[in-house]
Design a binder for this molecule. Structure first.
Ligand code: PGA
Length: 254
């Protein structure tokens, strides 16, 4: 089963409009360096339009959002609806990132509602899961990831699960420079694929792309990329530099 690698840049709350355009143009100009890897740029919501316009219609680089609300419209001050993201040309939306879960109180039920809403709107959700250091040290990694995957994807039809991208991001590896070893990551990725098989089927699970995230850099990406169940990366810090982002993409798409 060959899955097309996917590397997404989560810019978080960084850059300004001019720098967002500059980085987008640099990535777009060098997309060939990514080989077979699909590239996704996830700027802050207010810069989605600028990034989308810089990419232009039909760009091989996809646009993604970092978050959305699960409702279609209404009195939700400060929120962004799924169809608004589609309107701006988004193909992807990151959901349930650990920063959303820990700083903004997003539960599995919230992530589940958003995942369903994203799919209904025609967006591909990048659903994030991952354990904290405390949970890993208590030997609870598998239990935590199982609960998050099953809770976040509850009630989805197999055809919907097939479209989803899952990002395994151990919280202790995010922004810390402490990348999981390829073996640690592969072990959890294999667990996630098994869970997807249970929720849908082995055939569906074999098609789902599972990204690793947490301090991915050009110099550690190759060791992650050779693992059988690691299909790409969700990149924070290193996605803010075109050289680093493309170096990571190349490692997966070589
Ligand atoms: P990092 O962030 O690459 O800076 O560790 C990853 C993420 O939060 O998606």
């Amino acid at each position: 089963m060959s899955r097309r690698p996917i590397v997404a840049g989560n810019w978080k709350m960084n850059l300004d409009r001019a720098k967002a355009r500059e980085l987008t143009a640099a990535v777009a100009a060098r997309v060939g360096e990514a080989g077979t890897t699909e590239l996704v740029l996830c700027p802050p919501a207010v810069y989605l339009e600028a990034v989308g316009t810089t990419l232009g219609a039909g760009s091989p680089v996809a646009l993604g959002a970092q978050n959305m609300h699960d409702k279609a419209s209404g009195a939700f001050t400060g929120e962004v609806a799924p169809a608004m993201l589609v309107d701006l040309g988004c193909r992807y939306c990151i959901l349930g990132h650990s920063e959303r879960r820990t700083l903004f109180g997003e539960t599995d039920a919230v992530v589940n509602a958003k995942t369903k809403a994203a799919l209904a709107a025609g967006l591909i959700p990048i659903v994030c899961v991952g354990e904290t250091l405390e949970e890993r040290e208590a030997g609870r990694t598998a239990a935590v990831v199982t609960e998050q995957v099953q809770g976040s994807l509850a009630g989805l039809a197999p055809a919907e699960i097939e479209k989803v991208v899952v990002a395994y991001e151990p919280v202790w590896a995010i922004g810390t420079g402490k990348v999981a070893t390829p073996q640690q990551a592969q072990e959890v990725h294999a667990l996630v694929r098994g869970l997807l098989a249970g929720l849908a089927s082995a055939a569906v699970a074999a098609k789902v792309r599972i990204q690793y995230g947490g301090s991915v850099k050009p110099d550690n990406a190759a060791d992650l990329a050779v693992q059988p169940d690691i299909d790409g990366a969700l990149v924070g810090g290193a996605s803010l530099k075109a050289d680093d982002f493309l170096g990571i993409a190349r490692a997966f798409g070589a």
